[in-house]
Ligand binder design. Structure first.
Ligand code: IVH
Length: 674
């Protein structure tokens, strides 16, 4: 279809699609009010990508298709900030805030002034540079004077518009904001990491910092990063009488993501009231905050007040109390995860923290217990932020009761009694028995879980019921369930049994990537599963892959490659996979236009003699990657691959300015994307 469009038709269509996609990005990521399904958004984005592949000359950096671009880098260039990125002074109580307010009044010679109060987002500060409304550079704070250029990573944050629509107050404007994560996004990411046996992040702030430092933008795009903007700066802003409240309104009109519930107040009692109100709001917000930021509204006044070496005199952070509490450690139990990792858990005397009752906290691993010198019966300090798993951060040694017991890691699995092992250099003990009921149960849950085969009705409780009744011993058995076998179970009415069977039947058609993820191969998350599905196209092909085949794929490392090969070499796993096959679970990728084809829309002409392979073979490789091969050169040709002896076709390509590749360059391209 696209090939028949004229250039001007394509231009129009591309412009319309971009505008439409920008609008939906805004509705979804900034306003949180999506109007279309994710799948529909993806469909429109693919339509744009296809058109752009046909008309690469129309690609612009602000196109919604260009969020994840470029190759991984080896380091980030340093950038000097145009205005130092200062941090805020802190106050912790009313008296300290009164003192701050007194210094402001004094500094302004008792002129009247107002404050803007905002939430203090707990993330990582960034500075965004826009030129003529285009996002051109984003930097981290670094030491306040210079920071890292993390533009490519920031571009992946979908709430950040790559192009601003509002009138620009100056040619170059700087927007300051905080990159952070919602607690739910953070928790989901950690859940996935846990399933893959990867180390967990301690809190959203650390993992945000870690994400921005990743060298591969494609990996950053998979982290649930959010942006909230709270500052604007351009040359002459103070002289032109701007107010901070005006900046916030401008940011909003430019469709940048801001937190809209900021307040303008003109007396400090209002600040105290707000501080109390927002502290109560804290557990209900979807993200972490750690205080209220109070800023003098008039930017001319801000300039008059100036800054110390570290922080401005016109703003301060009025911090909330840390969400920590003390309670007694009643016991330490062990939890066996899906991949066999054994994690110690603190069983606590219930304590109220940040509006919820905490009864359990993670202890991470044995070394952590030793480091804290924890004894059962101790009084411990627990910290918690929102719905992050609470953790034990300290022990009150002076309050240790006489009978406090030292905790010793058992030698055997608490569930199946298998001897535990601790691989060299790792912090976790593992139960290596694949048949361990704890692992079996969790593996089946994982297989059926929403992000995997998505089998409705097959949650934790039902899995336990089926495993206990010995109806299923692994996820391969799920497909042998029948109404006759389910009905005798207690708590299994005919209707729910039928619904479960329908859900199971439906799951047979899940896309290949979900199936690969559902297998529960250590280290293989949904992102990797997607890549494997695309590269191998079927389970049968994946089974045949060697470690070398796997690591040849971009994004698949050695640990993952070995884990995949180990998985399929295991007899038991092979027989489970075979059960899935005989049950009719789909083992092949859908042959649809949805399959990413890196050379989609690219037209090649091959001429002259090629050495590494015949022209036919070269053509096959191109077609396998979604490209096409024609025999005559035209202005629509994307590349001419010319070997020795090339004649008229090469000449034509040069006349039409079509890119000419020699065999080496061609090989480089296809091996890089394959
Ligand atoms: S204004 C010159 N406003 O807190 C002052 N900062 O310790 C510019 N932060 O580095 C900062 N929420 O990362 C400002 N509403 C807010 C904020 C905020 C969070 C962070 C920011 C800054 C740190 C200060």
């Amino acid at each position: 279809m696209s090939s028949k469009l004229s250039l001007s038709e394509a231009k129009k269509r591309i412009a319309d699609l971009r505008e439409d996609l920008r609008r939906h990005e805004y509705l979804y990521y900034v306003l949180n009010q999506p109007e279309i399904e994710d799948a529909e958004f993806d469909r429109r984005l693919r339509a744009l990508q296809e058109l752009e592949a046909w008309f690469p000359e129309l690609i612009t950096p602000d196109s919604p298709s260009q969020r994840v671009g470029g190759q991984p880098t080896s380091e980030f260039p340093s950038v000097r900030h145009p205005v130092p990125m200062l941090s805020l002074s802190n106050v912790y109580n009313e008296d300290e805030f009164r003192e701050f307010d007194r210094r402001v009044s004094e500094g302004l010679g008792d002129q009247p002034f107002s404050y803007v109060c905002e939430l203090k987002f707990d993330g990582v500060a960034v500075n965004l540079r826009f030129e003529n409304g285009q996002f051109v550079q984003g930097t981290s704070r670094g030491d306040g004077q210079t920071g890292d250029d993390v533009t490519a990573n920031l571009r992946t944050i979908r709430s950040l518009p790559l192009k601003l629509e509002a009138d620009q107050p100056a040619k170059v404007v700087y927007v300051r904001g905080e990159v952070h994560m919602d607690r739910a996004g953070f928790a989901a990411m950690n859940r996935e990491r846990e399933e893959q046996g990867e180390p967990l992040f301690a809190n959203p702030r650390n993992s945000t910092g870690g994400a921005l430092k990743l060298l591969d933008p494609a990996a950053v795009a998979r982290r649930p990063l959010k942006l909230t903007c709270y500052g604007l700066w351009f040359d002459g802003i103070a002289e032109s009488g701007w107010k901070h409240s005006q900046s916030l309104k401008w940011l909003e009109s430019a469709k940048l993501p801001i937190y809209t519930d900021w307040r303008l107040v003109d007396n400090i009692d209002a600040v105290f009231e707000l501080w109390q109100e927002w502290e109560k709001l804290r557990p209900e917000l979807p993200f972490d905050i750690d205080g209220v930021v109070i800023k003098v509204d008039d930017i001319g006044q801000q300039v008059r007040l100036g800054a110390t070496a570290k922080s401005p005199r016109w703003a301060t952070a009025y911090k909330f109390k840390a969400e920590a509490g003390k309670t007694r450690l009643l016991d330490i139990t062990l939890q066996v995860g899906r991949t066999g990792n054994v994690t110690p858990v603190a069983e606590l005397e219930p304590v109220q923290l940040a509006g919820t009752t905490v009864k359990r906290a993670t202890l991470h691993n044995e070394d952590e217990i030793k480091r804290l010198d924890l004894h059962i019966g101790d009084f411990v300090t627990i910290e918690k932020g929102g719905d992050i798993i609470p953790k034990v951060i300290g022990v009150d040694l002076e309050m240790r009761p006489a009978g406090a017991r030292f905790f010793k890691m058992p030698e055997n699995c608490p569930v199946c009694d298998e001897q535990l092992t601790r691989p060299e250099g790792e912090s976790a003990w593992r139960c290596v028995n694949n048949a361990c009921p704890a692992q079996v149960q969790k593996n089946i849950e994982h297989f059926a879980f929403r992000g995997a085969m998505d089998i409705e009705g097959l949650g934790e409780k039902v899995v336990a019921l089926l495993v206990d009744a010995d109806l299923i011993r692994d996820y391969g058995d799920i497909y042998t369930l029948t109404l006759e076998r389910l009905l005798p179970l207690e708590r299994m009415a005919e209707k729910s049994a039928q619904n479960l069977l329908d859900g199971i039947e439906k799951s047979k058609e899940q896309p290949l990537e979900r199936l690969i993820f559902a297998l529960g191969i250590r280290h293989v998350g949904i992102g990797a599963a997607r890549i494997l599905a695309r590269e191998f196209g079927s389970i049968d092909a994946l089974i045949l892959a060697s470690v070398d085949d796997l690591i040849a794929i971009h994004d698949i490392g050695k640990t993952m490659a070995e884990s995949i090969v180990d998985f399929f070499q295991n007899e038991k796993n092979r027989s489970i996979v075979e059960k899935l096959h005989s049950a009719g679970v789909r083992f092949e990728a859908e042959q649809s236009a949805d399959r990413p084809a890196p050379l989609a829309g690219k037209i090649f002409v091959l001429t002259g003699t090629l050495e590494a392979f015949s022209r036919e073979q070269a053509g096959d490789r191109i077609r396998a990657l979604g490209g096409s091969v024609t025999s005559s050169v035209s202005k629509n040709t994307s590349f001419v691959v010319a070997g020795p002896g090339a004649g008229s076709k090469l000449k034509k390509a040069q006349e039409l300015s079509v890119t000419v590749l020699d065999e080496a360059a061609f090989l480089k391209i296809i091996t890089e994307i394959e």
